[in-house]
Design a protein around this ligand. Structure first.
Ligand SMILES: [Zn+2]
Length: 264
């Protein structure tokens, strides 16, 4: 538990590093080569699904239960349903995989429903505030939960950012303008993180609630947005390997820590 001032400054440092790395993920679409993306995107999406789902079930929800008790599941359920309704209300957000796949295959992902860049960036910013809050809440509970959550956040942002970059370019934005906008929007995660770090001083139950909400939304993104991509298109083996790598990454962290007695 992060009570002492020393632990607290460590927690803040960890959160800063995680948010910074998350910001760098905003550059993925412009920095990674199109050829590499074309080959590896299905695996990357599956990797993100595996990372998110194992983080939800091995770290985020168990830690939230420790802090928050059974109310965890009410919050997680509420955030899952809220995301489903939001996606329904906004129309299908050309998310991570499809938009990115459109990019990698060199055609526009959703010719019928162009997303306005400003809408896209605003909803991204909102999403990133939530991601930043989740990372901070997880680091407040334990470094291990924090690292697992940070991995889950950064890995699922990669295909998302690739797709967003493709949409901005398709809307006529310059390469530099797109990258600056995406990295800037990505750094709104710092607002969510700062909100949790400061807010928990006044309202200690906040971190449990934030973790529970993050659990529900990671579950939604992993199971509803990303996992169905596993069943589509060629490269089935590549996607399976990506998914298993995601499970192994977070599962490995979890069990390594359990064996060395890091936390219960
Ligand atoms: Zn995210």
């Amino acid at each position: 538990m992060a009570d002492g001032p020393l632990m607290e400054s460590h927690t803040v440092l960890f959160v800063l590093i995680a948010v910074g790395l998350d910001g760098l993920a905003g550059l993925a679409g412009g920095v990674l080569s199109e050829r590499w993306l074309h080959q590896r995107l299905p695996a990357l999406v599956a990797f993100a699904a595996g990372t998110l789902l194992s983080a939800v079930f091995l770290e985020v929800l168990p830690q939230a239960v420790e802090v928050q008790g059974a109310a965890t599941f009410t919050w997680a359920f509420a955030s899952f349903v809220a995301l489903a309704l939001l996606e329904w209300a906004l129309g299908h957000h050309p998310h991570h995989a499809e938009a990115a796949a459109g990019h990698a295959h060199g055609h526009h992902a959703h010719p019928g429903t162009p997303t306005l860049p400003v809408t896209l960036l605003a909803s991204d910013a909102l999403h990133n505030v939530g991601d930043g809050a989740a990372v901070a809440a997880a680091f407040l509970v334990s470094p291990q939960a924090g690292i697992a959550t940070a991995f889950a956040v950064i890995v699922h942002e990669l295909p998302q950012e690739v797709g967003d970059y493709a949409l901005l370019r398709a809307a006529g934005w310059s390469r530099g303008g797109s990258l600056v906008a995406l990295a800037g929007v990505q750094l709104t995660a710092a607002i969510g993180a700062a909100g949790v770090l400061l807010g928990t001083r006044m309202l200690p139950s906040l971190q449990g609630t934030v973790l529970a909400i993050a659990g529900g939304s990671f579950l939604y993104i992993g199971a509803v947005d990303l996992l169905p991509e596993m069943r589509r298109g060629p490269d089935a083996r590549q996607r399976l390997v990506g998914f298993l790598c995601g499970l192994l990454l977070i599962g490995g962290l979890h069990f390594a820590e359990a064996f060395t007695g890091g936390h219960g």
